[in-house]
Every structure is written in structure tokens, then in C-alpha cells.
Design a protein. Sequence first.
Length: 275
Amino acid sequence: MRLRKVIGVIALVAAVGMVLTHQRSAVAGGERLVRGVMTGLTGGTALVKGSVKDETAVMKSSVVKRRAPVVTTDNAPPIDPVTIDGVYMRYDPFKPSNGPYPVLTPQDHVWIDVSIAQQLVYIFNGKRLLYTMVTSSGIDTKPDNSTPLGIFRIQGERGQWFYAQQYQMGALYWVSWLGHGIFLFHSVPMNEQRQLLLPIAAKLGHKASEGCLHLTIPDARWVFTHIPYHTPVLVEQAPVRLLNRTLYHPSADQLLAERASRVANQVAYASGTPS
């Protein structure tokens, strides 16, 4: 009897031990589960924070890439210096101002904008810039040597050479835009022997004329050959503003000249007027 009681007690103790072990395992498992859940939540929060940070970085990057458009008034062609007979020139009078010339068609709405402030001649098709030429306008020391401001048109008079005795100078490839032979586009000035007047030619990009508009020899030849009769010419004091080679916020005068070009060039080509 005694032995059976002892065995019974031992069995009871073992059973209680097994129950306690199972409870401890369950508690440990629960703790591991809780830690796992907490870790998952913490990791999830980190991921959420990370995604917000990443999205913010992408937004900032996109903002940096979408820079505001740049409106330019510094539109002068690149300087192409040359020295002729000891006279330094910022622009070579024997070269185009700005590389290859555009090819015009009867469908183009061509007009010319001359900025006295910038000493530049702009060739536009509608509001789109086709070409920029460096020029010299009137020296403005008296009314007789100023370049008139306003909206004009290319007139019928043009020629390959002239010489003005009163000024002791002439030029190649002239085209009248006011006064029927008085105010002209023409090459840099020359003497009677058709040699460059170097000190005046060196001033391309600065005021230097008696009222006409000086151009490099190739630029003058291109205007003489390709700009049609009746093409609108706007001569203005203000600088021309461009945005991606397009006229930016055009003035009332610029809009008038641009609108006039829609009719003028078609009439010129259709009538067979000299171009």
C-alpha cells in the first residue's frame, strides 16, 4: 500500500510539472507572438515613414526639374572676332551674323523687328524667331542721323551698290524701308573703291550710322535677296524678349507688325513684286 501511495504521489507531481511546463511554453509563445506583432507594427510604421520620405524626395526632385521658363533679352549672336589691317572687330563683316540662314516660303508670315537698345535685327515668322543679325543704327547726335522709330514696310527700291557723295561712303546690297531710298538696310560702309571703312565697320553692335541700318555683307545680301516687298519693319527702342525662340508677351506694335505680315507677304509673292 505504501509503495502504491508513493508511486501515486510521484505520478501526480509529474503531471503537475507537465501542466506547468505547458503553461510556461504557452506564455513564452504568447510573448514571442506579441513581440512579433510589435515588431511588425514598428516595421510597418518605418515603412510608411520611409515611403512618405521617398515620395517627398520624388516631389522635390520633380519640382527641381520643372524650372521656370527663362525669358531672354541677351539675344546677340556669339561674338566672332577678327582683326583686319590692325583694326579689331567683334563681328566679322564678311560672315553671316548667326550661322546658316533660314529658308523662306510663300506660306511664311515674315516681318522684321529692329531693337535700337540691343542693336539687333530680328527676322520673325509670326511670333517664331528665324534669325538674328547684329546691326549699327543711327548715332543719334542730331535729328538727321537718328534712326526713325515706328512701323514701316519694305519699299520697292533696292540695289547692289550705292555711293553717297555727301557722306563720302557707300555700301553693298541696299533695301529701302522708309523714304524711298533714304533709310536703308545695307552692308557696313565702304569708300568709293568699295573698300571697307574699317573704324565704322568695327562698330557693328553699336550705334554708328547716319540713320540707316548697317549689316554684315552676307546679312545685307540675304535681306536684299530674300526679304519681299511690303514686309513689315518695326523699329523700336525697347529690347526684344524671347522665350524659347518665341516672342514673349509681344507689345502692341509687335502684334500689329506680326498681323500685317500675314497679308503683306502673300500679296508680295502673289504679285511677283521684286524680292
